[in-house]
Design a protein around this ligand. Structure first.
Ligand code: NAP
Length: 262
């Protein structure tokens, strides 16, 4: 979908044009820094999964590009000089598309990624490679499960209907995507450790299921589970692209400011 933002990226000065692939708190924080940068023309891209995303300080386009080919076309038409992939560590497809499209065009790409959470003393983690592994790790006996894996990963748990689920997500899953026994909490982090502990106690949770999303915003559930000595099934992140990883925001800003050689 082409918007006014795409048009506005064409006019004006010789400032480098940056595409920031977003949908995370890190992308949002970087947008705020970039909005104060006069030397960069940045556009944020969101997938459009959240119906009411937080207001962005930068021009924003919403919706998929149409695969690698669509992204490649967008980069050419909007004369993008550089791309920062600040998407969620589990958003594998868009990251792979960005690698392919940028490589085809010689557009420099860098990744602003979070460090995954590390197991601390007292954590009762069961680490699994993917969501199917998390479903299997719940076992056959019925349990009270706190499911915080994101709406799009909920349907996989229909394969384990013996459990009672407390599901927390920003947007409601579709009813047909839910396992039979479900209570739903619609909320967006950050959450405090005290609140997470209270919720887990009040709901008599036996086991927490989470992606290892990294970052501080949703870490309180991990701390709360540790404090309550609660079993935690942790879906580990895909390996990602370590080579192009930016160390921090300053490195991201330096990368954004650099102009592509003619
Ligand atoms: P995904 O599986 O990697 O991407 C699926 C498709 O969605 C992509 O092929 C692309 O469509 C479109 N897309 C994804 N991110 C986009 C972006 N920033 N701008 C434009 N199009 C985008 O991604 P996902 O796991 O569904 O996540 C979607 C978004 O939610 C990402 O931006 C991510 O940062 C955010 N998010 C994901 C998670 C998670 O657990 N996966 C958690 C929190 C936030 P086309 O092929 O048509 O271009």
């Amino acid at each position: 979908m082409m918007t006014q933002c795409d048009e506005s990226a064409r006019d004006g000065d010789e400032a480098p044009r940056l595409l920031l692939l977003g949908g995370t708190s890190e992308a949002r924080a970087l947008s705020e820094r970039l909005a104060r940068e006069t030397g960069v023309k940045a556009v944020v891209s969101l997938a459009g999964r959240t119906r009411a995303p937080l207001a962005s300080p930068l021009p924003t386009r919403v919706g998929g590009f149409g695969g690698v080919e669509g992204l490649r076309r967008y980069l050419v038409e909007s004369r993008i000089d550089r791309v920062i992939d600040a998407t969620h560590p589990f958003a594998e497809r868009i990251s792979a598309n960005a690698r392919e499209a940028c490589a085809a065009l010689g557009v420099p790409l860098a990744v602003l990624a979070r460090e995954p959470w590390r197991r601390e003393p007292g954590d009762r983690w069961i680490e699994v490679a993917d969501i199917a592994g998390a479903v299997a790790a719940l076992g056959s006996l019925p349990r009270r499960v706190f499911l915080t894996v994101g709406r799009l990963s909920v349907p996989a748990f229909r394969a384990a209907p013996q459990h009672r689920y407390l599901i927390r997500s920003i947007e409601p899953p579709q009813p047909e995507e839910l396992p039979p026994s479900v209570e739903l909490i619609l909320a967006r982090g950050p959450f405090s450790c005290d609140d997470e502990m209270r919720l887990m106690r009040e709901q008599s949770i036996d086991v927490l299921v989470t992606k290892n999303s990294g970052g501080p915003l949703t870490y309180a559930k991990i701390e709360a589970a540790r404090a309550l000595s609660l079993e935690t099934i942790v879906v580990q992140p895909p390996s990602g692209d370590a080579q192009r990883r930016l160390a921090d925001f300053e490195a991201a800003l330096d990368f954004a400011r650099a102009k592509r050689p003619a």
